[in-house]
Design a protein around this ligand. Sequence first.
Ligand code: ZN
Length: 251
Amino acid sequence: MKSLYFIIKEKGVILRTVNFKESSLIFHLLGEKFGTSKIIALGVKRPTNPFKGTVSPGNIVEIVYYKKESAEFGKMREISLIWKPEKVTRDYRKFLIMGFLLKIIYMYTIEGVKVSGLFKFTEKMLKEINEVEPKRNVVYSLVLKFLSVIGVGPEIEICLRCSQNLQKGYFIINEGGVFCEDCASNFFDKVFIDRKNLAYFRFLRDKKLKSVKNLKIENDENLKEILLNFTNFYLGETICKDFKEILKREI
Ligand SMILES: [Zn+2]
């Protein structure tokens, strides 16, 4: 029986690469049209290969690949570089932040399932990370923005139960956001958030990375605790652990 071949042309971000044999790479692409896919680039590490250096995490590329109907991998035929995170490769802390973002996306996405808006978000964030001074607020902001893009961003404007506008409140992680004092009274597992930190949360979620980098957060521990708990609940332990690790570095 003949199996079907598809030829796919796709713009995407390279999320992750793994060595395959001596001269080849397997990579995960977050594509604009089809979501994530796993592709093999045969011989791409050979010095004479015309595409050498193009298959690298964080690169935005246009790619043509074959995919057999039943195959696990696509096979790369051509690739051209659209953009690369030039400044990230020269700055260790930017590199850590970019790696963290790409890992979250890689861990979160399922092959062949498109998450609407995720490619655009990733492209935008990579370009901002490339330019921004790498501070911990940038990491906070990235996590909040990512949660929002995938639809589990915390509700921080109104009480989740009575819908009144909130200036301060109680974070209840597994409910997905903030409650007013009255509505929170039945919950045991809650973290108080004051007016300032709630405003910081909104700022971190909504503003560009270059605007959030200089934000002076007075009670950083409170904000960090809420964000870590949120990450643990919605993105899992592995990502939460990486989040903690990155905050321990000189960021
Ligand atoms: Zn309420």
